[in-house]
Design a binder for this molecule. Structure first.
Ligand SMILES: [Mn+2]
Length: 277
């Protein structure tokens, strides 16, 4: 008797850029790649919510996924500060649907448990929302991400979120003390674009044009990260980065452009034009 035919099961990992509440676009992209929630894994480069329309649907979908890895972005942290009454919404915030939802505290609790860093040492892949300064070794990156994650989950989360806002200090030093130290580390992980190899970041420029003396953070990296593929989001103005060991996934879905996914196993890219939502 013949054995029943069983197709070979191929498990895939898809890394996607900034969703920002563009739920319909996310669904269309996952349909395009034939995403199988039970066996495939989704990596999200942060900014799951805000600026876009369907933040509740986006979080409800992601929270139900069995195999999800998130690196939190600045908009995700901003939602936590709004939900805890530390900040008030600005006109460009679109997360009223989350703030007024009966499950709001579940959204908050879930986001508080997400990491800032996804690191796969076996396959040498590392994902953060914005970037990393070249002065941080891999060990230091892991240590600082862990420290911030503990703050988010701990009893002092309100103080952490309250101290998180601000662009200073701009230059890293291992002698910085809390809260300056955590503010700058969080700014590196979640807001970095332009950088100087003295450990300095610049937070006002969002375009491709570097301010004097600065370059994109990814032009230099710490030697301990030389063999890692760095995956990030946050910088929509670049329109995506596809280089050797450097993957920028934010292609401006929320600005009417595209949502991008990279299948990590074979390096194939998928793009989905923004839906009308
Ligand atoms: Mn961002």
């Amino acid at each position: 008797m013949c054995q029943p035919f069983e197709p070979e099961r191929i498990v895939s990992t898809y890394a996607v850029g900034d969703i920002q509440g563009c739920f319909d676009t996310l669904m269309a992209l996952l349909t395009q790649v034939h995403f199988k929630p039970e066996t495939d894994t989704l990596w999200c480069a942060g900014d799951l919510i805000n600026r876009g329309p369907k933040n509740v649907e986006t979080l409800q979908y992601l929270m139900a996924l069995p195999n999800l890895k998130v690196a939190l972005g600045n908009h995700d942290l901003h939602f936590l500060a709004l939900a805890k009454g530390i900040k008030t919404p600005t006109p460009s915030d679109t997360i009223g649907d989350l703030l007024t939802h009966p499950d709001r505290e579940q959204f908050v609790a879930w986001l508080q448990k997400q990491p800032l860093l996804i690191c796969d040492d076996v396959n040498q892949r590392l994902m953060v929302h914005a970037g990393l300064p070249d002065i941080w070794s891999l060990d230091q990156v892991k240590h600082l991400a862990h420290e911030i994650e503990q703050q988010l989950r701990g009893a002092s989360v309100d103080a952490f979120l309250n101290n998180m806002y601000g662009d200073t200090p701009a230059i890293w030093s291992d002698t910085l003390t809390t809260p300056d130290r955590l503010r700058l580390a969080t700014n590196f992980f979640t807001r970095l674009r332009f950088y100087k190899s003295t450990g300095e970041l610049e937070l006002t420029h969002k375009t491709e044009t570097a301010p004097e003396g600065f370059t994109p953070w990814f032009n230099t990296r710490h030697a301990s990260l030389a063999d890692y593929t760095l995956i990030f989001g946050h910088w929509a103005a670049l329109g995506g980065v596809r280089q050797e060991r450097l993957i920028g996934l934010d292609t401006g879905a929320v600005w009417g452009r595209h949502l991008t996914a990279l299948r990590l196993e074979d390096g194939v890219y998928f793009t989905q034009p923004a839906a009308s939502e």
